[in-house]
Design a protein around this ligand. Structure first.
Ligand code: NAG
Ligand code: NAG
Ligand code: NAG
Ligand code: NAG
Ligand code: NAG
Ligand code: NAG
Length: 408
């Protein structure tokens, strides 16, 4: 159903798309990178991600400052435990990989983020600024957005708008909840290596991005669908949340932490333990706090009663008891041994996905992206070329330069 709707929408987008391409053409001839743009008309924004390979050694506070985010947002998107020792002073090494969460609004008919502002420092060039953003935006794009040219050179302390790529596609991929990450292709990478890296397929990646050719060049920007956990079917009051696999979200004034469980893509919410003044964390008529469960074994399996989070409104946290009968009892370590009055601040139910080991004071998001990639041969052309071509038409490949001109 959703897929049908999706393709219809893509069909409707076609004319807008062509228009956009022709409008953009004159100013994009200089660029050689392929990237994809999503036309839009609504005023909504979505959650999206940016891949960021650190250009140089940086502290978390420096990364947060560069993108004007709170440190907690970066921790959540990368599933780093905020209680990791000496996080404040830890230096993340150049080439470490981070996911940067950005809001993706509709600006002048195209999805992109323009809320990041950079302040020019002595000796900056457009290229050095582009590099500090990991190449997600080119120096030329920063220049044209800010009207920087020979007559109008960079001035120290000048604020620059950094236009960051992002896409939403209704937060759906093949009918399932997804968050899209803008990813800068690195040297030697192919559709295949990137698909393997992010647990997707060449077909899906090519279809989403609609590049007419299956050859990637370093610096191209791909939209990579990351499967996500959605609160859409959870009956929450006044709140909807979409959390990409491999991350968590803080909500209800940071009182609640919702993890996207990597095994079943279900949200699992519990008290975050990072805010002291949280109330309404315990379910009425029970000893259970949000996220805790009772498990009774039955002849056929287990009866499980869980205190579940139900959204928040006006400072109040909603929660309720939920019963379920399960043929497969929850794992021993997770449930059976848990006394009902578990302290909400040490909730053992939260799976520790991707958290840096506590023993090591040096948390390191996987720094192995892209380089030395065993898959870095040219990508295979998927067999269902036809579907690919179809979707490639609805989607847009901003093929710039001569090839594009010849095409049209
Ligand atoms: C950062 O945190 C502060 C205080 O918690 C909050 O007021 C602000 O809105 C946050 N900023 C962003 C970009 O989330
Ligand atoms: C917020 O919740 C209240 C009561 O639960 C409901 O009446 C209202 O429609 C909700 N508003 C939104 C925007 O979801
Ligand atoms: C979620 O991510 C983990 C790695 O962080 C991966 O092992 C798992 O397969 C992913 N789940 C889905 C449904 O994509
Ligand atoms: C398990 O739940 C079912 C229905 O919810 C109930 O009929 C049954 O008595 C329960 N069994 C136990 C051992 O609690
Ligand atoms: C589990 O067993 C206890 C004690 O026998 C009972 O009070 C409780 O209602 C049961 N819970 C479920 C979900 O069956
Ligand atoms: C859950 O099950 C227990 C025991 O079977 C019962 O007492 C309670 O009313 C049930 N709660 C809900 C919300 O269904």
């Amino acid at each position: 159903m959703i897929t049908a709707m999706e393709s219809q929408m893509k069909f409707l987008m076609m004319p807008i798309l062509l228009l956009v391409l022709f409008v953009l053409l004159p100013c994009s001839v200089v660029t050689h990178a392929k990237s994809m743009i999503e036309p839009c008309s609504s005023s909504d924004s979505c959650t999206s991600l940016l891949s960021y390979i650190l250009p140089y050694d940086s502290k978390l506070s420096e990364i947060a400052y560069r993108f004007q985010l709170n440190i907690s947002d970066i921790l959540a998107a990368n599933s780093i435990n905020p209680k990791t020792p000496s996080l404040d002073t830890h230096i993340f090494h150049a080439k470490s990989f981070f996911k940067i969460p950005i809001m993706c609004p509709c600006v002048d008919g195209i999805r992109r983020s323009i809320s990041t502002i950079y302040t020019v420092k002595p000796a900056d060039t457009l290229e050095s600024i582009s590099e500090s953003y990991g190449g997600v935006v080119t120096g030329q794009q920063i220049g044209s957005t800010n009207n920087i040219n020979a007559m109008n050179p960079l001035m120290i302390d000048q604020p620059l708008v950094i236009p960051l790529p992002c896409t939403c596609f209704n937060n759906v991929d093949n009918g399932f909840p997804a968050v899209y990450m803008s990813y800068v292709v690195q040297n030697g990478e192919s559709f295949r290596s990137i698909a393997t890296e992010f647990g997707t397929t060449v077909t899906d990646l090519a279809a989403v991005n609609g590049f007419g050719q299956l050859v990637l060049d370093p610096g191209d920007i791909l939209a990579i669908p990351i499967p996500a956990c959605s609160s859409a079917n959870l009956n929450w009051h006044n709140e909807s949340l979409i959390v990409p696999n491999g991350s968590y979200a803080l909500t209800a004034s940071n009182c609640i932490k919702c993890v996207c469980r990597p095994d079943n893509l279900q949200l699992q919410c519990s008290p975050s333990g990072i805010v002291a003044s949280c109330t309404n964390l315990q379910c009425k008529d029970s000893d259970l706090f949000i996220g805790d469960s009772y498990v009774n074994r039955t002849n056929t399996g287990c009866n499980v009663t869980t205190c579940v989070y139900r959204g928040h409104l006006g400072g109040k946290i909603f929660r309720s008891l939920q019963n379920s009968s399960q043929v497969q009892c929850p794992g021993n370590q997770n449930f059976n041994a848990i006394p009902p009055m578990v302290s909400p601040y040490d909730n053992p139910h939260v799976p520790c996905i991707g958290l840096p080991p506590q023993s090591s004071p040096a948390p390191a998001p996987s720094p192995n992206m892209g380089r030395d990639d065993p898959y870095s041969q040219k990508s295979n052309i998927p067999s269902d070329k036809k579907e690919l071509l179809n979707r490639a038409l609805w989607y847009n490949s901003l093929l710039v330069g001569a090839a594009f001109v010849i095409l049209f």
